[in-house]
Unconditional design. Sequence first.
Length: 399
Amino acid sequence: MNIHEYQAKELLAKHGIAVPAGHAALSVEEAVEAAKKLPGPLYVVKAQIHAGGRGKGKFKELDADAKGGVRLAHSLDDVRKDAGEMLGNTLVTVQTGDDGKQVNRLYVTDGVDIAEEYYLSMLVDRASGQVAMIVSTEGGMDIEEVAHHTPEKIATITIDPAQGFMPHHGRAVAFALKLDGDLNKQAQKLSKQLYEAFMAMDCEMLEINPLVETKDGQLLVLDTKMSFDGNALFRHKDIAGLRDETEEDPAEVEASEYDLAYIKLDGNIGCMVNGAGLAMATMDIIKLNGAFPANFLDVGGGATTEKVTAAFKIILKDPAVEGILVNIFGGIMKCDVIANGIVQAAKDVNLSVPLVVRLEGTNVQAGKEILESSGLPIVSADDLGDAAKKIVAEVKKAA
Ligand code: ADP
Ligand code: MG
């Protein structure tokens, strides 16, 4: 789960980490009120969307030379003007895709006198089974670009969670950032605090870009992105409450209510599969046959009729879907139960696009008979290759 910058900063502040003062705002008036609570005279008005690259982003509705989604404002009038230009408009950044994201919230924060910008992030590194802290002197820019052109400027420090954060980790971070004296000490303290906050909140990823050194010698978190391990959210009710569903794909939100793992993609063939590995293989083989999957969908091991129906409805809400491929391996689940679910769901949703079903496993014969005798135009397939060929052909025929 992702959260907004202002929420992440509030959480970090609770863990004793220094962030600039600031307030969220949902309207132009609130933005001006937020600025009045800050010392000024420099304010920064920041679009709150779940995507980075806002500073260099462009608003669809504004002129090409208009300012982006992070704006320095030198007076309350400027704050009013910037807030008015941003709220309700669509910000396109390198991370939003061409459609961009509508800006519904702003963060009005203290302008900071920046001497240096650094990069620091943390993530759960599956390869080492540890927490990796990634730091670079090249802050404020796209870290992927830095990794591509000057990988030597990125240092990775891994921390064994069984051992915890040791003083040498802090020293390695400060050294990689080339900091001396008091700043070196601040970096050691900050990296320890960040590690502890990361662990305490079950974060998946925490990125600070930029981490800045101010002109008066303070290390400060200027921008932050944070995401949490969904499997641990049950023990962080306060964090779960920060979820902003308007930032998520509505179909993905609905799918999560039914405990379905659904990710929307750009193709035209809807997929309903049990098991993430089988779902990936199904998507691959659709592509191999020259078409593109409209989604990833794993109904899980113990799908019920209700779940299958919900999955069908979610797949069909996508107007790009021109055909559906169901690929189910009946292991724990029996094929006849699944077949009944498919027939029920197809009737419930008044299925209007071609449907190819490949069933395999326990009670497969009984399952196939149920599909055949249903009277519905369901095409049965024998194996995965056959199923993919058939759905691609059916979609072409219907077009
Ligand atoms: P994004 O990464 O989405 O573009 P940032 O918050 O990193 O957004 O802002 C982009 C740039 O704007 C920063 O690298 C920094 O130079 C500047 N900036 C952001 N916040 C402030 C602030 N409070 N004071 C001064 N400059 C800021
Ligand atoms: Mg940034």
